[in-house]
Design a binder for this molecule. Sequence first.
Ligand code: 1YM
Length: 659
Amino acid sequence: MSEEKETFENEAVIGEEMDIKVTHEYSDDDIQVLDGLEAVRKRPGMYIASTSEKGLHHLVWEIVDNGIDEAMAGYATTIKVTVDKDNVVTVEDDGRGMPTGVNAKTGKSTIETIFTVLHAGGKFGGGAYKVSGGLHGVGASVVNALSEWLEVRVFHDGSEYYVRFENGGHAVKPLEMVGSCDPDKHGSTISFKADPTIFTETTVYNHDTLRDRLRQLAFLNKGIRLVFCDERVEDEHKREYVYMFEGGLKEYVAYLNKNRSVVHPDIIYCEGYEQNIQVEVAVQYNDGYNPSVYTFCNNINTAEGGTHEEGFRLALNRIINKYARENNFLKDKDDNLTSDDCKEGITAVISVKHPDPQYEGQTKTKLGNSEVRKIVSDIFGSQLERFLMENPDEAKSIMEKATLASQARMAAKKARELTRRKSALEISSLPGKLADCSSKDASICEIYIVEGDSAGGSAKQGRDSHYQAILPLRGKILNVEKARQHRAFENSEIRSMITAFGCGVMDEVDTSKLRYHKIVIMTDADVDGAHIRTLLLTFFYRYLRPILDEGYVYIAQPPLYKVTKGNTVRYAYTDRQLEDVKRELGDRLSIQRYKGLGEMDPSQLWETTMDPKNRTLIRVNVGDAEAADQAFSMLMGEEVEPRKNFIIENANFVENLDV
Ligand code: 1YM
């Protein structure tokens, strides 16, 4: 989870248009070939996700994917990514080395062709599951086009070959043999420098982004060694990471559950292969209430799920209900356990490798191939059934977990119906403490969730009641990470928020019904305030996820100091600003440190924190679901040790957090 200032990234999605653009690939006419790369440089947004930080990292993944393909084909064992002090990236593998011959169609070396003809790479290879050519697979030529320079070195049969591209992707000289090497050495090494005139926002790579994805790739491709070397890191112990997991997804699930207490010690793991489709699934329950199910196709995170996820869900339901009936965990009169019951507290990773994946959905991250549903369901179902049969103790823990979930679900349903009925019956049944705004135009309306009655009072008086609503919260809100659904729905603060927002909850969230397009968390700038903010964000994340995903949640920034000199009043929001203000106003100042929102009178609160003309709002942005999930379960969960470690490792982020 990260907090992002009000900036809006303009992301073009790789779409059909791109295919139209590249109809003249494979031309042996040099001018047309370079036309292709020029088109990429002119409109990079059509070829990579964006030219922001995200797009920058895409360059690396594009090249890494080619190395992974070579490793999955059984030729390479190691892929190493190095970032040097100038943010030059080098990716090397120990595979066969890219082909060094001449391409008949272009009359140039195969390597030059791959790097200068759009989409050439995909057409050459014959491997079964090319990760390249998937969602991100725009080809090595796009990386070349968007680099200030790019160099390729290939080693095989005792020779080293070299070519350098620059100036919009032109080869400086044709590929040449530049020397000899150890006859046992083989592989490809690609170095490039992202072009700062294209990546105008930044050409600096994010250490954590690179490391996390490389670790994930190691989990997803068992036995392949992925090395990350960040030469920008001073501390030599934190410079190089080596990831290799013989256990694949099994180790991934163990890693995801490391901060949770698990319900059964052994991870359920299965793999299978059918109709050229490879399936791997790993599952383990923890004592939490939320499911964490991550799905992948060809190493791409299919965030919107799809047929592999459906197949998994079908099998989980079918087998758990079957086992529960046959072993008397469910009586004849009992209803079947629902899919949600079976998934409570589950951590699962599903990975399929498919030779011809079809992606659907809003963000093209939903797997569409229908045959996958049955294949995953069959492979996972039969192996889950066997696991339960062979491990009666573990089976018992899982059955008890699911039946408890079912009971809690029924209780929750009652509580929820109460909340819903109320809001359906009386349109004005908005929570009593809500001071609503008069406008009904959600796009301009804002709701401030305010800690405490006194600050709530100031906010009510200070606001512009045309479009600003105030909902004061009394005391701390429930930690939903440690409570089942029905308790959450019984909690009055939580109910107030659900009714006030008006967009429904859980699977029923419909953001088109949201009554305010800015939901602003306004808490004190102290330890308690930070805690309340985290509790609120946890609640939003687990129960109202779309409002976070769609960017409706903000954090207000109250000032830390008021600086007065004569009639001049200045506010400082950080210690650094305070220093600036002090320097500007000179001596004989009176400095007041605000301990809470309650210390500000209504006009001050308006002026400093609520008036769109002066305020700073931070938009909350759930980056990577896996990282957010980890952070919440750690910050709000039961285990103390990982929380301590997290705080030590992330001292800046949590400096205000009293966990
Ligand atoms: C650091 C990135 O690109 N390695 C790499 C790429 C290729 C091969 C080996 C390779 C593939 C094949 C045959 C084949 C590529 N070759 C091509 C193409 N590492 C990296 N390692 N021989 C070598 O797929 O048949 C594209 S990628 F098109 F030339 F075959």
